[in-house]
Design a protein around this ligand. Structure first.
Ligand code: FES
Ligand SMILES: [Fe+2]
Length: 391
């Protein structure tokens, strides 16, 4: 139905099964395509399918290797109800495991981070594992038939690092991280990512579906209205997209004359990263590492977002801002800029969420400035098994 709010008996009202014909409209060329149906943004069943088909089986960047620098250091996190512990063993290796006891499934490590771990002991019945995940001890299991300790180690989670960033993937058969990153590896090569020091972290809780937040991060169609400050430094139609095949999507925007970074003034005391070309010093690059992370490369700092869906209508976002390890400046100017910009974004995403979940919202149309959002939406439907790639 076009041009009217759906009524009782007219098919889907608000939440409910998604019509395949609606999904096929997303696949059309941009100038004829329709946006994602509203039912995809708040339906608990869709959300469960997203966890099972997409989010749990994707590479997620959880932080930096220097956060888990010493033997026994650890981090824990939870995604879609699945807990993971990442630790550094006495052999110096980083490993990740499901944070689940092999006896009756108890969460093993509770704190978000810490150090000094020499073994992992379940708080329930004291099954004990070493830092390679091997089951060392299990009280009163002697004499239990066909119980082979070797078969009851912690379940490993795939872990790889890229230039100081630690990624995990719950899919044991995940593609190698370098394959997933694709063209980003070359694009980020001039930036000294292994030298980064985290200057700031801010965690936001946003009352919006995760897809709305990812979409928002990948278009500047909203910039003139939502971010007047940002739009003055990087004109909203500047730049180009250079990675468009997924799962990493994005491109760059250009600074106006007289600006060389994203701060309120467009300038900073910080030195640009060594070795950047004149071209890179006039650009900000933005890439989504679909579906869980977002990277911005600027001449003097880097930001990294981690999207953690908490449900169909709530998303936690961990925002990190990095500078060169030798940079003494605390990056207050950059953080102040992003605090303003982020809060503008989350507010508009929350407003979009409120509308998307109503009976009135169906499918909109893409503007000519939403090329990446269109690509992301097609990619999402393919990954969800709702549209066949190229079909
Ligand atoms: S649940 Fe872990 S030892 Fe029983
Ligand atoms: Fe924005």
């Amino acid at each position: 139905m076009v041009g009217a709010v759906r009524s009782k008996g007219s098919g889907r009202v608000g939440r409910g099964p998604i019509d395949p014909l609606e999904l096929r409209k997303v696949r059309r060329p941009l100038d004829r395509a329709a946006t994602l149906p509203g039912g995809l943004f708040s339906d608990p069943t869709v959300y469960e399918q997203e966890l099972e088909r997409l989010i749990l089986w994707s590479w997620q960047c959880i932080g930096r290797t220097d956060e888990i620098a010493a033997a026994g250091d650890f981090l824990t996190f939870e995604i879609g109800g699945s807990g993971v512990v990442i630790l550094r063993g006495s052999d110096g290796e980083l490993r990740a495991f499901h944070n689940v006891c092999r006896h009756r499934g108890t969460r093993l490590v509770e704190p978000a981070s810490g150090g000094g771990l020499t073994r992992i002991q379940c708080p329930y019945h004291a099954w004990t594992y070493d830092l390679t995940g091997r089951l060392l001890g299990a009280p009163l299991m002697t004499g239990i038939k066909e119980f082979d300790r070797e078969q009851f180690g912690l379940f490993p989670v795939k872990l790889e690092s890229w230039r100081g960033f630690v990624f995990v993937n719950l899919d044991p058969k995940a593609t190698p991280l370098a394959t997933y990153l694709g063209g980003l590896v070359r694009r980020a090569a001039p930036y000294p990512l292994e030298r980064l020091r985290r200057a700031r972290r801010v965690v936001y809780d946003i009352a919006a579906n995760w897809k709305l937040i990812v979409q928002n991060a990948n278009e500047c169609y909203h910039c003139p209205g939502v971010h007047p400050q940002l739009a003055q430094i990087t004109p909203y139609r500047s730049g180009e997209e250079d990675l468009t095949d997924g799962p990493v999507f994005g491109g760059w925007m250009d600074f106006v004359d007289g600006a060389n970074t994203l701060t309120a003034s467009g300038t900073t005391r910080r030195k640009p990263f060594a070795g950047l070309s004149a071209e890179d010093r006039r650009r900000v690059y933005y890439y989504v590492l679909y579906p869980s992370n977002f990277l911005s490369l600027l001449p003097d700092y880097v930001t990294f977002d981690w999207f953690l869906p908490l449900g169909p209508e709530r998303t936690r976002l961990v925002f990190d801002l990095y500078v060169d390890q030798d940079e003494a400046d605390p990056a207050d100017d950059a953080m102040e800029f992003w605090e303003t910009t982020n809060r503008q974004d989350w507010h508009i995403c929350e407003m979009a969420h409120l509308g998307s979940r109503t009976v009135a919202y169906h499918q909109g149309r893409y503007s000519s400035d939403e090329e990446v959002v269109h690509l992301l939406d097609e990619y999402y439907l393919e990954q969800m098994g709702l549209l066949r790639r190229g079909g």
